[in-house]
Unconditional design. Sequence first.
Length: 43
Amino acid sequence: MDFANLSSMVLSVVLPIFNGIYSSIHDSKKKCKMPISSRKSGY
C-alpha cells in the first residue's frame, strides 16, 4: 500500500502551512486585539 507514504507526505506539507496560518492569526490577534467575530469578515 502506498497510502501510508502518501498520507505522511501530505501531512508534512499541510502541517507547516496550517502552523503558519495559525501563528499568523495569533500574531494579528496580538497586534490588533480584534474580536473573534470580526475575523469572519475577512482577516
